[in-house]
Design a protein around this ligand. Structure first.
Ligand code: NAP
Length: 280
């Protein structure tokens, strides 16, 4: 496993396993399979309703807690200092742990400054080893970065070959924040698993489209957390450290960037209204 070092010195695996859209019933089995495959970073969220499944798996897996890296995220309905503070303790309880390696604000919606203060406090108390944000576009990210005590260690944003986040990365680098990809496969949108350019690059190395994408992102310095409920795909997605893309192939992959979301934009007022509804 390769690691990145966050701005507070904490080491984070560059490849992890995400559990968005993994049902509460399946989550424990999936996380146990992932840990058995070799994953040590697990990415969940309050809004995924499966923190308990993650907690059950990590307490049963036999791997020492300090070898695991757990991420969860504070949902919009828990925005604001008091609610966020209580929700951190709730996540600790559900995850059956006395510390979380990385806590993120899931969305830049509602009183996220209050949420951030609660995270800073829990960070100082040793409940959180690192704190950061998710879905903070460059404008929100720059604003927050200038008014907090603890600079976000991570910003988890949609990142895949069609949305490479070049502008956002420039500002994350400026402020010392690690980029983490959500949706490395764009959840299969835009026929990504059948993209002829990615297929052609991967064939040169005897690798699948999924492996080529993950290798491209890792080689670009992006932390990735692909999701699959299938054990054989978990293994496929994990097997990306035995090859490296040439400079030419990196350029070919970089040229796929459309600098546009495959999902929705946080600059769109209708998207914001939809997200705001979770906080009411
Ligand atoms: P993703 O990882 O881009 O794609 C997952 C999809 O790809 C699933 O349908 C999965 O199907 C399929 N898949 C996985 N490996 C495959 C392979 N080797 N070959 C073919 N198909 C494959 O999407 P994601 O789950 O949205 O993103 C990853 C993680 O990022 C999430 O689990 C979550 O932890 C995080 N996330 C965060 C946010 C946020 O707002 N912060 C938003 C979205 C996601 P099967 O499961 O059927 O194998």
């Amino acid at each position: 496993m390769e690691y990145v070092t966050l701005n507070n010195g904490v080491k984070m695996p560059i490849l992890g396993y995400g559990v968005y859209q993994v049902t509460p019933e399946e989550c424990e089995r999936c996380v146990l399979d992932a840990i058995q495959t070799g994953y040590r970073l697990i990415d969940t969220a309050q809004a995924y309703y499966n923190e308990e499944g993650v907690g059950a798996a990590i307490s049963k897996c036999g791997v020492p807690r300090e070898e695991l890296f757990l991420t969860t995220k504070i949902w919009i309905s828990n925005a604001g200092y008091e609610k966020a503070k209580a929700s951190i303790d709730e996540s600790l309880r559900k995850l059956k742990t006395d510390y979380i390696d990385l806590m993120l604000i899931h969305q830049p919606i509602g009183d996220y400054y209050g949420t951030y203060r609660a995270m800073e406090e829990a960070y100082a108390a040793g409940k959180l080893r690192a704190i950061g944000v998710s879905n903070f576009y460059p404008d929100r990210f720059v604003d927050l970065s200038n008014f907090v005590k603890v600079q976000p260690a991570v910003n988890q944003v949609e990142t895949h070959p069609f949305q490479q986040q070049k502008l956002a990365r420039k500002y994350m680098e400026k402020y010392g924040t690690q980029i983490e990809s959500w949706g490395p496969f764009a959840e299969g949108r835009k026929e990504i698993f059948h993209n002829p350019t990615i297929q052609a690059v991967g064939e040169k190395y005897g690798k699948t489209v999924a492996q080529t994408i993950l290798r491209f992102l890792i080689q670009s310095g992006v932390v990735v957390i692909p999701k699959s409920t299938h054990k054989e795909r978990m293994a496929e997605n994990f097997n990306v450290f035995d090859f490296a893309l040439s400079e030419e192939d990196m350029h070919t992959m970089q040229a796929l960037d459309e600098s546009e979301s495959a999902f929705f934009s946080h600059y769109d007022p209708e998207t914001v209204e939809f997200l705001v509804s979770f906080g009411k």
